[in-house]
Design a binder for this molecule. Structure first.
Ligand code: SF4
Length: 290
């Protein structure tokens, strides 16, 4: 039978077939994913839930295996024999340990310690000689112009806060202590801008009074690494260390740990292979910030 042309088919009421557009095949991976999603929808699960739940479980399982929970709470007292060995090694390693801040009077040490917050001792020692020459006593510092004081200590950082602490603490020293830096922890910490760490530095190094142990970032880190305490709060660390260390060594002990923290047991790269404390350290081989 002869084939009718499209024109003759239209005339006879038959709609001609229009050739369909060529189909674009999607990538095999995409179509598999789409099929899997469709299967999940057919099963009744919402696609997002179906995707997330196994992933969360897997992450929780991985975390449980990789990082066992750290023991918390009060420290168990470390073995006194090991503590004595640590102290002996530190004493031998740092026989010349002393305060690295330059000072001649308790007031100068108080001011230098305030300036040393978030700053190196070397930088503070560059700033203080001209500062102490310009403002020789507590009365002069209390009456200093904020702008001039801030300009002189600018390079130590946080200069506005530090200038205010210096002026206010010196004003308190003049008003309540006749211009002399007090000799007790309670009186020192009652001064505006003076905390427990600064007070311990002044008492131990300027007056030779062992009222407590200075806990700075190095002391806190090493106390934990050496297994002396599990506390993380500076005051609790100090309370944990005081019964372990003979009182006459409290001031030196802080210097030893600060020196060791700078030279060997750095926060990020402790050099355990050359550490004299390694035989007594439970964290030998420790890595980043532990
Ligand atoms: S052995 Fe390593 S972690 Fe322990 S005190 Fe020495 S440097 Fe620090």
């Amino acid at each position: 039978m002869p084939r009718k042309s499209p024109r003759s088919r239209r005339k006879s009421g038959v709609t001609p077939r229009v050739p369909s557009a060529p189909r674009v095949r999607s990538a095999p991976g995409k179509s598999r994913a789409r099929a899997a999603r469709a299967a999940r929808v057919l099963k009744g699960a919402r696609p997002t839930e179906a995707r997330r739940k196994p992933a969360r479980r897997a992450v929780q399982r991985r975390r449980t295996v990789a990082t066992p929970p750290r023991p918390r709470g009060r420290s168990v007292a470390p073995d006194p024999v090991r503590v004595r060995a640590v102290l002996e090694q530190l004493r031998e390693a740092y026989p010349d340990a002393r305060c690295a801040l330059g000072f001649e009077t308790p007031l100068q040490l108080l001011v230098a310690t305030i300036l040393s917050a978030q700053c190196t001792d070397e930088r503070v020692n560059l700033v203080t000689p001209s500062l102490f020459a310009r403002f020789p006593d507590a009365a002069a510092l209390a009456a200093a112009s904020p702008a001039e004081l801030e300009r002189m200590i600018h390079s130590t950082g946080f200069f506005r806060q530090k200038a205010r602490s210096i002026r206010e603490s010196c004003a308190d020293i003049v008003a309540r202590h006749g211009g002399e830096v007090p000799r007790t922890l309670e009186e020192l910490t009652a001064l505006r801008g003076v905390g427990r760490k600064t007070a311990n530095v002044v008492l131990g190094n300027a007056y030779g009074i062992a009222a407590g142990i200075v806990v700075d970032t190095h002391v806190a880190r090493l106390a934990g690494r050496l297994g002396l305490t599990r506390e993380t709060d500076p005051v609790k660390i100090e309370q944990a260390l005081m019964p372990l260390v003979p009182r006459e060594q409290w001031t030196l002990f802080a210097h030893w740990l600060i020196l060791h923290g700078r030279a060997v047991c750095n926060a990020r790269k402790p050099r355990c292979s050359m550490c004299p404390l390694a035989p007594h350290c439970p964290k030998i081989g420790v890595t980043l910030s532990q």
